[in-house]
Write a protein that binds this ligand. Structure first.
Ligand code: HEC
Length: 118
């Protein structure tokens, strides 16, 4: 009888520990996901002011942004405009053209978007 009670207590204790852990697990997953999003800074959104300053069309800059997101983010994260100089950017985008399977026109739109964000 004594043993049965002790056994029961152990079962209850184990259950409580298990549920506590799954609660912590959920919290950790949540913190992990929040961190993931926080670590990926958003790509800038073109405005008519930015377009005017760089003598580009606002629609073209938005188009370039979309092509960049659609074609350049499948193998690595999307690099920020400020990460490279103009020369290094055009070198990288030229190198990546065949990988991303984009036309010359699409490449130019991406470059216009990126360089206008510097
Ligand atoms: C099929 C996969 C793939 C696609 C699509 C792709 N890349 Fe890359 N990219 C890579 C790999 C792999 C590297 C690193 C090795 C290298 O430089 O060859 C890289 C490197 C880079 C780098 C240089 C990072 C550094 O500091 O050395 C930049 C910038 C870059 N890619 C931009 C782009 C842009 C812009 C596009 C879209 C036009 C693009 N990538 C599409 C695979 C890809």
């Amino acid at each position: 009888m004594q043993a049965a009670i002790a056994n029961n207590e152990r079962v209850i204790n184990e259950k409580m520990t298990a549920s506590k852990f799954s609660g912590i697990g959920k919290k950790l997953i949540f913190i992990g996901l929040t961190g993931l999003f926080a670590c990926a800074p958003a790509l800038y959104l073109p405005t008519s002011e930015i377009a005017g300053k760089h003598s580009k069309g606002l629609d073209d800059l938005n188009h370039g942004r979309q092509i960049y997101i659609d074609h350049c983010g499948s193998c690595h994260h999307l690099y920020q405009p400020g990460q490279y100089t103009e020369q290094v950017w055009s070198m990288h985008v030229n190198e990546m053209q065949s990988r991303a399977k984009i036309s010359n026109e699409q490449k130019q739109l991406i470059l216009d978007y990126i360089l206008s964000g510097k």
